[in-house]
Write a protein that binds this ligand. Structure first.
Ligand SMILES: [Zn+2]
Length: 263
């Protein structure tokens, strides 16, 4: 299957270009000193065995976006998660996030099909994990549309896209910015600069990758590359799963605040 950079449609880019106009769920992000999240799309086994272990080495946790229709299968990312991996990551305190069940591109689906995909994924996740709070979503292939944002805004606290940058000031919680950590484009200085930028802007930097392996796919990185960015982030700011950042932002009276505006 082709992945994010290859599949971000012109329509998705257009939605982002004019995103401010179609900002579905605006919120003001202000986390003094900045905050970082490390996320893994599609949940390859290596993301858990290598990526999860790196985060835990620093006593940090990440977010794994799972498409249950791909459980127990393999792809160009290598072996994907199985049900034991899912249970283990959940038990270790990592967040399990939602993708579409079949990893279908929301930018290409009508709202009723998106709803079917999400409902099916939620039921399958609940069957394995009990009744976890699956509150955050990532767009497969980074595919987004205005109708998809509207549909998903009713179901999730946040939706993560693949538009690069720092989330600060007023952001759209239905299309959070994130930056890839891929071996083929790996530039430690550039990635660490984003962490510095988040610190300076009281913002939220979200990273994503897929497999974490010594010989990664074009959509993954090596353990050494991931560790170098996790280490730098952990030195400089809290590193939290997406759900915990959102929970922190909503602390009434606390320093970090998310001032939700009229949607
Ligand atoms: Zn994906």
């Amino acid at each position: 299957m082709k992945r994010e950079l290859m599949r971000v449609s012109l329509a998705a880019r257009l939605v982002r270009e004019i995103g401010g106009f179609f900002c579905t769920r605006p919120a003001k992000i202000a986390w003094p000193g900045g905050v970082a999240s490390f996320t893994f799309d599609d949940f390859p086994r290596s993301a858990w065995t290598n990526g999860g272990a790196i985060l835990e080495k620093y006593d940090r946790r990440g977010t794994f976006y799972a498409a249950m229709g791909m459980a127990g299968t393999s792809s160009d990312l290598g072996a994907l998660f199985d049900l034991e991996d899912l249970r283990a990551a959940h038990a270790h305190g990592h967040e399990i996030g939602c993708h579409t069940y079949h990893h279908r591109d929301c930018g290409q689906l009508v709202p009723s099909d998106i709803a079917d995909e999400i409902d099916r994924n939620a039921v399958a996740l609940a069957r394995v994990l009990g009744a976890p709070a699956i509150s955050n979503f990532a767009y497969p292939f980074g595919g987004v549309s205005i109708s998809a944002k509207s549909e998903l805004a009713m179901r999730f606290a946040s939706c993560r896209g693949t538009g690069r940058g720092i989330n600060h000031g007023t952001v759209d919680l239905t299309d959070l910015l994130s930056t890839s950590i891929y071996s083929r484009t790996f530039d430690r200085e550039r990635l660490c600069q984003l962490i510095d930028d988040a610190q300076a802007a009281s913002g939220w930097v979200i990273f994503y990758t897929h497999d974490v392996a010594d010989e990664p796919s074009p959509y993954g990185c090596t353990p050494a590359e991931l560790q170098s960015i996790v280490a730098y982030a952990a030195e400089n700011m809290p590193v939290l799963p997406v759900r915990e950042v959102l929970a922190g932002l909503r602390l009434a009276g606390g320093a970090p605040t998310a001032e939700k505006r009229a949607a």
